[in-house]
Structures are given as C-alpha cells and as structure tokens.
Ligand binder design. Structure first.
Ligand code: TXA
Ligand code: MG
Length: 353
C-alpha cells in the first residue's frame, strides 16, 4: 500500500505558511511528515497517538521496542511528558535548548507505551531548527521523530536521502536543505543516580558536566567493541549506519596510514574489487583507489561530522566492495564521529605506525 509522498521545499529563513499549515494538519490527522532538524532529518508523527508511533515503526522497518524521541517547541511541554521535571533538566535546557541534546526522564501517563517502546522513561528534545519548531507549533502536537532513514541505513542529512528511503511510505517530506550538524543529538539519561551519556553527539560530556556542576558518565555499553555490555539506549545495540561494503578504519600517523591504505587497496584491486577510500582534503591526492571521498579538512571537525553520513550513502550508490577510512579522533566531537564510524566498520580497526 504505497502512497504519494509530497516533497515540499521550505526556506528556513522565510517559511511558507501554507505549506507548513498543511504539514501541521497532516501530523494532527495522524499522518507522517519528514522534516529537517539541526542534527539529521526526522520522521515525525503525533507523539501522544499510539497509531502514529506504529506507522513510524512500519515506515522505517524499525523494531517496535526501539523508543522514539519526543520533540517539543516549548519547555512547558516537558511538564506534560515527564512525570516530574528534574532540576538537571532545567539547567540543561537553559544551556542547550533548543539544540542537539536529548534528555531521558521518567514519563507521564500522557505518553503512550507505543512511543517509548514499552519503557517507563521518555526521550525529549527541543530541536534548534525553524522548520521543526514551526511544524510542532502548527500541528498543535508533540512530535515523535526518529531519524528519517530506513532502519539500518545512515541517517539522512538531506531531503534526497529521506526520499531515497521513505518515498511512497509517508505523506510528506519538508525539504529545508542540508542539515547543519550531520550526526544525531547527544542523549543524556537523567533517571540514574549519575547523569549518563547514552549516545555521544555535538554536545560533549565536558559541556554537560560544566553546566550540571557534577560528573557525567558515559554508558560503558557504547564504548565496548564486543557485545558483552548492552548499551542502555535500545537503538545503540543495532548495527546501524552500515554501508553495504566491508569497511575498515586505519589508524596511526598520517604517513603510515597513507602507505598502509594504498597497500590494502592495491591488494583488493588485484582481486578485481572496487575500492573506496575515505580521506581528507589534506590527504586525498596521496591515495590510489577507484573512489576517493573527502570528509573535508581535518582541521574542521564540524565539516567532518556534516559529511559522514552522506559519504557512507555514496559508498552504497557507487557499489564499492571495500572501504578503507582514515580515523577521525578529532579534539571535540571526535568521540561522536568515531562512535558512528566504528559502527559502520563493525569495529574493524587496523593500527599502524
Ligand atoms: O538528533 C536526533 O536525535 C534525531 C533528530 C530527528 O531529532 N533523532 C534520532 O532519533 O536520532 P532515533 O530514533 O534515530 O534515535 C533515538 C535513540 C535510539 O537509540 C533510542 O533507542 C534512544 O534514542 N532512546 C529513545 N528513548 C529512549 C529511552 N526512553 N531510554 C533510552 N534510550 C532511548
Ligand atoms: Mg536513528
């Protein structure tokens, strides 16, 4: 049962009221609308309507035990979805909302179990994007929105990625152009004795800790390369973001990485394989491969985050058999970038000097 997906271009600096009213009405009627946020595109539905949550899981092909993030436009809505609002949530909202931070709190009865994947807690975020905020306000709803990709594919950073995955399955896509950040929001769990980061993102543990005035820990389950420790966020346990080709990360000094990758590429090509290298502006001309994809300058970590998912999608489109990637342990958001890259590579890393 495919439907006709309307794709509407919306300029974030000059929002078209007519389009937004229609999009808001669709959400209020229980339909799904994909929309831009500052992190990645989201697939929105009425967060307080169990049927909308079920539609979201079906459209994404996502397991229904993986909870959705509830997007709000006003802090007072936190009081509707949370059983009680912790002091820490007020502090963090003051510092980072609207913005790329999701907070986990105990849920109120208003939030259906269909939205939280059966959990007693709820994830809440106020996105920093005029189209997202306007859609929430115009719909008169709170909007449940996972990333707007098919389950298992890289998150969408442009409307065309959403269309690739979800055309025919949702009512509308709002195209607000490429997103600003490119990786999903940081998730902090405020229901434990110590605040805990469940998913690293643009807002770092150091930034959170500074605002809270206490230590912020990182879920050990997201750092482990094996599956001996389960991540607390259900979504972090799935093999996400995986390109179709085998991917290997090569780590070490720049010169060592270049010569090792070139040797590995040569070996694959001898066996008739098509090979891609994920490089930087500084190193791209040093590689010999079928495809060389640049994440941008190594000195610009924001650009690296912005390009990551688009590049993983390109690898799929180009039908390469193998991908070798440089490592991106950059100073501030390197942890968030490497979390996604390591998952894409199934934690296969070669270290060289
Ligand atoms: O940047 C973002 O957060 C984007 C945009 C659209 O806002 N959304 C997003 O949603 O990344 P999604 O569904 O792709 O990822 C949500 C993550 C999943 O790993 C899920 O398991 C976790 O949040 N999560 C949601 N509710 C949770 C809860 N109550 N407890 C623990 N983890 C939760
Ligand atoms: Mg996702």
């Amino acid at each position: 049962n495919m439907m006709n997906t309307k794709i509407e271009r919306v300029n974030p600096e000059q929002i078209d009221e007519t389009i937004m009213e229609e999009a808001g009405r669709l959400i209020a009627e229980g339909e799904l609308v994909a929309f831009p946020t500052e992190t990645v595109y989201g697939l929105g539905g009425d967060a307080l309507h169990p049927e909308a949550a079920r539609k979201i899981y079906a459209a994404k092909g996502r397991p229904s035990d993986n909870p959705l993030i509830v997007h709000i436009a006003d802090f007072s809505d936190m009081e509707r979805v949370a059983r009680e609002v912790p002091e820490a949530a007020r502090k963090l909202a003051g510092a980072f909302w609207p913005g790329p931070l999701t907070m986990i709190v105990w849920k109120s009865d208003a939030v259906p179990m269909a939205t939280t994947g059966g959990m007693d807690t709820v994830a809440v975020r106020m996105p920093n994007h005029p189209v997202a905020l306007d859609l929430i306000r115009k719909s008169g709803c709170l909007i449940a929105a996972p990333s707007a990709n098919t389950s298992g594919r890289p998150s969408p950073t442009e409307a065309s990625h959403v269309a690739e995955d979800l055309s025919g399955r949702i009512a509308m896509i709002l195209d607000g152009g490429p997103v600003g950040i490119g990786i999903e929001s940081t998730i902090i769990d405020l229901t434990e004795s110590k605040p805990m980061v469940l998913r690293p993102g643009y807002i770092t543990p150091q930034m959170l800790s500074k605002v809270l005035g206490e230590e912020v820990i990182i879920d050990p389950g997201i750092i482990a390369a094996d599956d001996t420790r389960k991540p607390k966020a259900p979504g972090m346990k799935y093999k996400h973001y995986a390109p179709k080709a085998d991917m290997v990360i090569v780590d070490g000094s720049s010169a060592a990485v270049i010569s090792r990758i070139n040797a590995l590429v040569h070996e694959k090509q001898e066996n008739g394989k098509k090979v891609a290298v994920i490089a930087t502006e500084e190193t791209r001309s040093s590689y010999h491969a079928d495809v060389i994809l640049s994440m941008g300058s190594r000195s610009n970590e924001d650009a690296i985050a912005q390009h990551l998912y688009k590049i993983l999608r390109e690898c799929d489109e180009l039908h390469v058999d193998a991908i070798y990637s440089e490592s991106f342990q950059t100073p501030r958001i390197g942890q968030a970038i490497m979390n996604r890259l390591l998952k894409a590579a199934g934690h296969t890393v070669i270290h060289c000097d």
